[in-house]
Each structure stands twice: as C-alpha cells, then as structure tokens.
Design a protein around this ligand. Structure first.
Ligand code: FES
Length: 56
C-alpha cells in the first residue's frame, strides 16, 4: 500500500528502511523525499515509524 502517493513510497519500503537502520522521521524523509510535496503522508509515516521501532 502506498503511504506517500506523491513519491510512490509504500509502507513496505518504509519498514525496510527502518529495519535497515532508519530511526527518525528525518532519516525517512532524507531517504525517500517523503513529505516534500503535499505533506499528507507525514502522520502515517510517523505511525509506521513508532510501530516498527517498538518491534525492534
Ligand atoms: Fe507524501 Fe504527498 S503524500 S508528500
């Protein structure tokens, strides 16, 4: 499922980045340009980040 439609970034891609070491919104934004257009994905990305960090 796409989380960021503007940049065609899926939840799977975000989860992989977190598994590979991303620990902050800044890391994810830098890696995938998330939120650089409409910004509607920011809330969902933050939720995924928090959920995934709890699993580590
Ligand atoms: Fe991510 Fe628009 S949905 S910037």
């Amino acid at each position: 499922m796409y989380v960021c439609l503007c940049n065609a970034v899926s939840d799977k891609t975000i989860k992989k980045s977190i598994a590979d070491g991303a620990t902050s919104m800044r890391d994810l934004y830098r890696e995938h340009n998330l939120g650089n257009q409409c910004g509607k994905c920011c809330k969902d990305v933050k939720s995924i980040l928090n959920e995934e960090l709890l699993k580590l």
